[in-house]
Design a protein. Structure first.
Length: 200
């Protein structure tokens, strides 16, 4: 396998970018992007740190981020496993990318920017839910945003998979693969109830 090692080689293979793929980029929240982002309950957050890259899914029962202004979105960090890979990275390297999805839409909206992690009480209070507060909030300043070509979701038929129910490894199975004596069946059976009180 021979790696491509220069931008010139890449450009020889791919040619010039479609002009609209460049002119569609905006540097702030426009009214239509605001509508789209507010409809999204799921986002993938990508960061980079000394140990490498990280991609993390985030979701909520309403909009996954709050739009603070035309340049800033806020993402509360709710209860998780305390690895805090994303937050560790942002504390050390401010670069952040977001990929927003909405069920049944083949569009994806991408945001590139910089982030800070804050635990300021006034910011946390904006996200009070069921008497609980997030432990921190990731504030992302937008440097560019644009919609992604729909072909990836169209090819994958992500929202209308015709293959039916697939037999996939469970979370318990993944854990048992690393720890032979782990009770995967009980873990999988109990997890939905366990998670109910730990969503927020």
């Amino acid at each position: 396998m021979t790696p491509i090692k220069s931008i010139a080689e890449l450009e020889d293979i791919y040619g010039k970018a479609n002009p609209r793929s460049l002119t569609k980029v905006v540097t702030h929240m426009t009214p239509l992007y605001r509508d789209w982002i507010e409809a999204s309950r799921f986002v993938v957050v990508s960061t980079v740190g000394p140990e490498g890259t990280d991609g993390s899914p985030r979701g909520d029962d309403g909009s996954v981020v709050t739009i603070a202004d035309d340049k800033t979105v806020l993402m509360p960090d709710w209860f998780g496993n305390n690895r805090v890979d994303t937050l560790r990275n942002v504390v050390r390297d401010e670069r952040v990318s977001l990929m927003f999805m909405v069920p049944n839409s083949t569009s994806v909206v991408r945001v590139n920017g910089t982030g800070i992690v804050t635990a300021s009480e006034d910011v946390l209070m904006r996200f009070e839910k069921k008497g609980k507060l997030p432990r921190s909030v990731l504030a992302i300043t937008i440097t560019e945003m644009y919609f992604q070509c729909a072909k990836a979701l169209m090819r994958s038929k992500l929202w209308n998979d015709e293959r039916g129910e697939m037999k996939l490894p469970t979370a318990g199975a993944f854990l048992k693969e690393r720890e032979a004596m782990f009770d995967a069946e009980s873990y999988d059976a109990d997890y939905p109830e366990y998670a109910k009180s730990r969503m927020w």
